[in-house]
Design a protein around this ligand. Structure first.
Ligand code: WTA
Length: 627
């Protein structure tokens, strides 16, 4: 056995003395997949554990459970905050918050830690301890980040629900998750409009017995009146004022960090479960390498912490890397189309992680918005959520000076971390998400799992475990198994792609019934279930229709109940109904009232036929069509 220490394949960065640069992707990649435990184990050494791991990976090919950092004890909040304060970086800015109305607030690592400890005290006082569940329904504000970190500190499990969701969508998540505590705000702001978050939260939790307390964080101010079970954060803060330190609770490799609900192919969103230590290693390593984060950087990711991108690349990944993170509450077009460019200039942002829809929107607004701005600190760009089309790639490349690397990163809620991506030092091809991250074995296969040659389109699978892999689907282990049995033994992503002769991935979209609207993931079944709760709707089908700006838009076909046919509902009424049921992001853009839907003989709606018709394409094999 070779016992000599393995040389590091990272070249130390002259500025940080940390090894972030990867000079030779091919060599590093080959070494990482030949010996993944050394590759990931070396990266794990850069993190702090109260007990070192005994084994890097314990993979069970029967249950598909990947246990990373077996025997280790540590805490992700300790690594994201306390570690940096201990290292003398308490005065470094951790978070810059840019509010919807132009407000700004700065948090140093020291202040963020202090506020997190206070919040953890509050949660503890409300009975939250290791393994307890907390739902966070807050707008993208520092309070949201603090609440997440405070849960992690206690070893509690958070579930962040996007603040744009409706009460029905929040309720179904509360019903499944059964949290002990719900954290919400008096209101949220979006494009200058006040959104009554507390009212939504009240309606959603009505009658749910699991929720023992609701903490109301002031966005505008303390709420005027509170209902039983609600506590104002301001009052609670007074109560824990002299509580003192509260060390983070060490957790093991099996302890969950969060459950994040995402759309799948059935009507019910699934709770994707991530565990603390493995997730920490995956997000730390990817944020460090892909964004090459340095102490002088200001890093801006446009996501909302309510989605996985925000979890991994606003909160955990960057803070684990001691980055300065810009969190923007607003949308890219409010108060004007220059919103992001002015934030980038004002805060001297050097790494900007955006989305194709945002980039295409900026492109539509035109060059004049970025033109003339001082973007000189800028070092790299990123994109996530849907394929980044070459036009948008070229536009972004050009308006930012024509020299910056663009990382088109492919990954999912389930993977927890970026899986396929260029690196700052590797070549890029417009329209491609590059090659797999070191240690990740991604493949393009046919329906029986055989690797396809370059140029052929197939589905994307991941063949071996990775550190921040999801551990299960909350309360639904069978659904977890399904990911690994579609192509036996490999993780089935649900995406299609082809590779070119250099091994670069070109992602094309979903192969299942998931729609990506402006990067938001929605299940056709979810939208259909919402539609048929309308009293006049008997049957419904939803499809994603290609759209230049948003990638896809939602088009729905509805069949009315016979009694409703005389007084058909207005299209607006149907759209509004879905909005109320699921929230604004799921509102259909187009509604067609039809007499019947194409179905298989066994009664399944053939969405692919609807989609082909809609796009004027051949309808394909119709042998199973009922009529
Ligand atoms: C899509 C978001 C093409 C894909 C992090 C995936 C992408 C789904 C890309 C996951 C990309 C994400 N190119 N498609 N760079 N990144 N996707 O769970 O369809 O919200 O399966 O996670 O987004 O969406 P999710």
């Amino acid at each position: 056995m070779d016992s000599s220490p393995k040389p590091s394949l990272f070249v130390p960065d002259p500025e940080t003395a940390r090894g972030s640069r990867i000079p030779d992707y091919e060599t590093l990649y080959a070494a990482s997949v030949a010996d993944p435990e050394s590759f990931w184990g070396n990266l794990a050494k850069e993190l702090h554990f109260t007990k070192a791991p005994r084994k890097i990976l314990d993979w069970n090919p029967k249950t598909f459970e990947g246990r990373w950092l077996v025997g280790a004890e540590g805490n992700i909040c300790d690594n994201a905050l306390d570690r940096h304060v201990r290292d003398g970086f308490g005065n470094k800015v951790a978070l810059i918050w840019a509010g919807d109305g132009g407000e700004e607030e700065l948090f140093t690592y020291g202040r963020l830690l202090d506020q997190t400890v206070r919040f953890a005290h509050i949660l503890k006082k409300l009975g939250v301890g290791k393994g307890d569940r907390v739902t966070i329904f807050l707008p993208p504000t520092p309070g949201q980040v603090i609440a997440m970190l405070a849960c992690a500190r206690l070893g509690a499990i958070h579930s962040v629900v996007f603040s744009g969701f409706s009460q029905a969508a929040l309720r179904s998540r509360l019903e499944d998750f059964e949290p002990k505590v719900l954290v919400t705000a008096d209101c949220a702001y979006r494009r200058g409009k006040r959104i009554p978050l507390l009212e939504t939260a009240r309606a959603a939790r009505k009658g749910l017995t699991s929720v023992e307390a609701t903490v109301v964080v002031p966005r505008e101010g303390p709420p005027e009146s509170l209902e039983p079970g609600e506590r104002s954060l301001t009052d609670l803060q007074t109560e824990v004022r002299f509580a003192g330190p509260l060390p983070s609770v060490p957790v093991t490799c099996d302890d969950p960090l969060f459950v994040l609900y995402t759309s799948g192919t059935t009507g019910k969103p699934k709770g994707v479960v991530h565990v603390q230590l493995g997730y920490m290693l995956g997000t730390y390593a990817t944020a460090r390498t892909i964004f090459d984060l340095r102490d002088s950087d200001v890093y801006f990711c446009v996501a909302d912490p309510g989605w996985i991108t925000g979890h991994s690349y606003i909160v955990y990944g960057p803070l684990l890397n001691r980055a300065t993170v810009l969190l923007s509450e607003g949308t890219p077009e409010y108060p004007d189309a220059g919103r992001h460019w002015s934030l980038i200039e004002r805060h001297r942002v050097s790494v900007y992680y955006s989305t194709p829809t945002t980039i295409r929107l900026q492109m539509r607004f035109g060059d004049s918005w970025p033109a003339g701005r001082d973007l000189s600190p800028h070092r790299s760009l990123g994109s996530v959520g849907e394929p980044l089309n070459p036009e948008a790639w070229h536009w972004l490349h050009r308006v930012t000076g024509g020299k910056l690397p663009i990382m088109d990163t492919w990954w999912q809620t389930e993977t927890g971390m970026i899986m396929v991506t260029p690196l700052p030092s590797t070549p890029e091809k417009p329209g491609s998400a590059g090659r797999p991250f070191p240690g990740v074995v991604a493949d393009v296969v046919d329906s029986s799992g055989h690797t396809l040659p370059s140029g052929e389109t197939g589905t994307v699978v991941i063949r071996t475990p990775w550190p921040s892999m999801f551990r299960t689907v909350f309360r639904d282990p069978e659904r977890y198994r399904k990911y690994w049995t579609e192509i036996p033994g490999a993780f089935f992503s649900g995406d299609s792609a082809r590779r070119d002769e250099d091994g670069f991935f070109f992602f094309l979209g979903r192969v299942d019934d998931v729609i990506k609207v402006a990067g938001h993931r929605l299940g056709t079944a979810e939208i259909e279930s919402a539609l048929i709760t309308h009293p006049k709707v008997a049957e419904a089908a939803a499809i994603g229709k290609p759209d230049e700006l948003r990638g896809e838009i939602i088009k729905v076909f509805v069949v009315l109940h016979p009694h409703a046919a005389d007084t058909p509902p207005a299209h607006d009424e149907i759209r509004k109904h879905v909005r109320t049921e699921l929230g604004g992001i799921a509102e259909p853009h187009e509604v067609d009232i039809v007499i019947s839907l194409p179905k298989t003989r066994s009664g399944k709606i053939m969405r692919r036929v609807l989609k082909a018709r809609e796009m004027g394409l051949p309808e394909g094999d119709l042998s199973t069509l009922e009529d």
